[in-house]
Write a protein that binds this ligand. Sequence first.
Ligand SMILES: Nc1ncnc2c1ncn2[C@@H]1O[C@H](COP(=O)(O)OP(=O)(O)O)[C@@H](O)[C@H]1O
Ligand SMILES: CC(=O)N[C@@H](CCC(=O)OP(=O)(O)O)C(=O)O
Length: 290
Amino acid sequence: MSDFSPADILAQALPYIRKFHGKTLVIKYGGNAMTDPALQKAFAEDVVLLKLVGMNPVVVHGGGPQIEGLLQRLGKKGEFIEGMRVTDAETMEVVEWVLGGEVQQDIVGLINQAGGKAVGLTGRDGAMIRAKKLTVHDSKDPSKEYDVGQVGDIVSIDPSVVKALQDDAFIPVVSPIGFGENNESYNINADVVAAKLATVLSAEKLLMLTNIRGVLDKAGELLTELTPRRIDELIADGTISGGMIPKIAGALDAAKSGVNAVHIIDGRVPHAMLLEVLTEQAFGTMIRSH
Ligand SMILES: Nc1ncnc2c1ncn2[C@@H]1O[C@H](COP(=O)(O)OP(=O)(O)O)[C@@H](O)[C@H]1O
Ligand SMILES: CC(=O)N[C@@H](CCC(=O)OP(=O)(O)O)C(=O)O
């Protein structure tokens, strides 16, 4: 970027502002990408800037490390299977408390401070995210199943509350909690919620901000583009593992369901989102639908 003067950079943004005007951008803000206060502030400023130039950002946030922190204080240790937190009743209470409370309100507060009008929602609000119990399949041997407790599989998303807020100049900030037939709560992976929400909103872009440069190959090199076939290979040989599994699965679903641009990007880079949306710079990993 140092080759460009500030005026060059601003001028470069114009075609992107025109292209994305009035379009919905779903931004997954990972718990790992939100640990540094200066980065959090830059993130909130980016969201507000995109809104003020006429785009419709919708934030879906995670909070894995923050949940882990409270579990530890309570003397519990989190366990993950295939990137999903094993969620017993007590863990579910912690998840609701952390995601629906502190983490969300921090993001809402920072966006408001940056001059936006953010509204925090969980999947219960506006009867948005209906879920049922998820059965996790082993990524290498799909006949093998795991019970991970109160983890939700999305049944449907009704985005009308998000749309209503968008139309009224608000910025929705969604935490990944769903509700079941008997009003029970479900803990849903935030990547999965972001991907599905992007699909039902017919979003132009899905940006997943995480704590790594993008998807890496076995040698640690950045993969700038991924096709469905390559993703299958990388999962089968164990190159993609842990938290990257639901992220890439969600990203691929969204790409196949018509979200035009799906990118996994490095949330540790200040203003990562602006660079991705408003400049020519290729950044992170782009997921292709075919
Ligand atoms: N092939 C891969 N490329 C990049 N990251 C990977 C890969 N396989 C597993 N990972 C792990 O996935 C993590 C990102 O997922 P996760 O921790 O769930 O992030 P977030 O909190 O942003 O959702 C990375 O930090 C890395 O440890
Ligand atoms: C089922 C499941 O794993 N839910 C996640 C929800 C939060 C999340 O996804 O946070 P990140 O985006 O920061 O990873 C969890 O309990 O950690």
